[in-house]
Design a protein around this ligand. Sequence first.
Ligand code: AMP
Length: 285
Amino acid sequence: MKTIHSLRDLRAELATARNDGKTVGFVPTMGALHEGHLSLVRRAKKECGIAAVSIFVNPLQFGPGEDFARYPRRPEEDAGLLASDGADLLYVPPSDGFFPPGFSTAVEVAGVTEGGEGAIRPGHFRGVATIVARLFLQVAPDAAYFGRKDLQQVAVVRRMVRDLDFPIRIVACETVRYPDGLAMSSRNAYLSAEERARAPALSRALFAARDRAAAGERETGALERETRLALEAAGLSVDYVEAVGAETMERAARVAPGVALTAGVRLGKTRLIDNVLLEAERTPP
Ligand code: AMP
């Protein structure tokens, strides 16, 4: 695996790969890698000639008072994991000087960014769309891999790619979980032992709602209410519990193919998000 720090070297490396007829699969990340990230890398490697991974803790997507400064950074460990998991290229732009002086452009995706995480974290998805657009232009991949754990992020990226005609196939990959159900996340590192023991209440409540839908409940309002109660009973502070269409992020009143139940909670100082599909899509991603 080659680690690259400059755009010039990145472009040279990718040009060589393309001259050899290889397609490029791209996995953008913020590092502190875990099995969730690595599952995307393996999928990229399976489907493309080369798997390129970026690690960049993107300041644009953190709001004031959020955890940018203390976000976990483990560059050496990350490089080791990627090398042993078959990544071909690791792009680590410098944390200073990555943006040109006076950087003042933003990509704003309307609609899908309004509810859920967008409502709780104003400006977050503007920061995500802007960095993803910039990285897409730098890497120019054939396909890019994202995790369904961040369902709204997938919807934002898909919409941006469709609206701006990025010639990139977006692949949404299943959420990787610990055996107790908790979705893997770099932010789990913030949890105390006591909080870590309580955190699986989030996925448990979502799975219970999915089971109720499978057993015939069609009203998402009932599922949202029960899920909220279960989360509160477990001592989690609920930011939102909402059933939405996975593509549109619009609230769905009834269970239907492609409707997901999404939740954002706080456990101590840590925010956790998760979602489950209440009914499988007609054409899976
Ligand atoms: P992050 O480093 O948190 O920005 O995540 C980078 C990519 O990994 C995003 O597309 C995430 O959705 C994805 N990802 C994070 N956690 C998981 C997980 N538990 N399962 C699958 N994908 C994940």
